[in-house]
Ligand binder design. Structure first.
Ligand code: ZN
Length: 68
């Protein structure tokens, strides 16, 4: 099951959502229904950094939409 974690940019709520394929549209916050949510790094990743670290482990650019 492809479960992704999202964080609401409005209230900071973190929730999980089942995503099939690349259908990331229509994802809204479970708490405030805001569509302004960002996908977090999958918990299945072995390189999960705690907190908002400055280093980007997902790419070499140091900043990207996936792991920034
Ligand atoms: Zn919210």
């Amino acid at each position: 099951m492809p479960i992704y974690e999202f964080q609401c940019e409005e209230c900071g709520e973190i929730f999980e959502e089942l995503i099939f394929g690349n259908d990331f549209e229509g994802i809204v916050c479970k708490k405030c229904k805001s569509p302004k949510v960002k996908k977090l790094i999958s918990r299945t990743s072995p390189k999960t950094s705690s907190g908002s670290g400055s280093s980007c482990s997902g790419c070499k650019g140091g900043s990207c939409s996936t792991c920034h």
